[in-house]
Write a protein that binds this ligand. Structure first.
Ligand SMILES: *[C@@H]1O[C@H](CO)[C@@H](O)[C@H](O)[C@H]1NC(C)=O
Ligand SMILES: *[C@@H]1O[C@H](CO)[C@@H](O)[C@H](O)[C@H]1NC(C)=O
Ligand SMILES: *[C@@H]1O[C@H](CO)[C@@H](O)[C@H](O)[C@H]1NC(C)=O
Ligand SMILES: *[C@@H]1O[C@H](CO)[C@@H](O)[C@H](O)[C@H]1NC(C)=O
Ligand SMILES: *[C@@H]1O[C@H](CO)[C@@H](O)[C@H](O)[C@H]1NC(C)=O
Length: 188
């Protein structure tokens, strides 16, 4: 109890975002993937990537999409890359995939560099298996979250969208994709 309280106070004192940028930052994880590490996205995942995500970001003034470096041999970050592709194509952007998933400062540095030249919003699409490292490296804490559970929470729901800008705390919302997020019609 005492330790938890102390950790919470520490969390309040630590900066919300290690990289200080004014650009709005969005973070999502990969869309739904098949079990047993089979490649690709599930039909629902494809629907999310192709039909749901592009309209969400159509008018949000995105200037940069960052995905973790895909590797078609190991499968690493292929789901994130597949999730970002339809959106990137619709906006005429080429995702920046030069950052690996290893714990390092690459994403933070990329954000900082971009923010020097542009005020446009940024989307990071990261594989669920590596979300832990990403949130830690960017020093992002979810509202009411306990550090250790943040990544679990984000990756347990493919529809979760995190929004951060300098002036406010991290907002956690749903993509609200018709038919695939939230309770199915007729259930309760
Ligand atoms: C963010 O915007 C404010 C006001 O426009 C400006 O003073 C500040 O330097 C900017 N911060 C960064 C990190 O660009
Ligand atoms: C994997 O990617 C490399 C380089 O992008 C490409 O040449 C190769 O055809 C790809 N292999 C498969 C199985 O997609
Ligand atoms: C990642 O997605 C881009 C399209 O956004 C595609 O051109 C590229 O081939 C993909 N990379 C791999 C390794 O599949
Ligand atoms: C920022 O823009 C300037 C002028 O267009 C360019 O020289 C510089 O390379 C850009 N920096 C980055 C990090 O993109
Ligand atoms: C999803 O719906 C909730 C509740 O109506 C709303 O607060 C939230 O802003 C919506 N999310 C998006 C990305 O529009």
């Amino acid at each position: 109890m005492v330790i938890t309280a102390l950790l919470s106070i520490f969390a309040l004192l630590s900066p919300a975002l290690a990289v200080s940028i004014n650009n709005t930052l969005y973070i999502i994880t990969n869309a739904e993937t098949p079990s047993l590490d089979r490649p690709g996205l599930t039909p629902i995942g494809l629907q999310r990537a192709q039909d749901c995500i592009p309209p969400i970001f159509a008018d949000l003034n995105l200037g940069l999409i960052i995905v973790c470096k895909p590797n078609n041999k190991t499968g690493a970050c292929m789901p994130a890359n597949d999730t970002a592709a339809p959106l990137a194509a619709s906006l005429g952007l080429v995702p920046d995939s030069h950052c690996g998933t290893a714990s390092d400062a690459c994403v933070g540095n990329t954000l900082t560099k971009y923010a020097k030249n542009s005020t446009q919003a940024i989307l990071v699409v990261w594989d669920s298996a590596e979300m832990d490292d990403l949130l830690e490296n960017l020093d992002i804490e979810l509202p009411g979250g306990d550090d250790d559970d943040d990544a679990d929470e984000v990756t347990s729901h493919a529809d979760l969208l995190l929004i951060k800008n300098l002036k406010q705390k991290v907002i956690e919302t749903s993509m609200n994709c018709t038919g695939i997020d939230g309770p199915a019609p007729g259930t309760f």
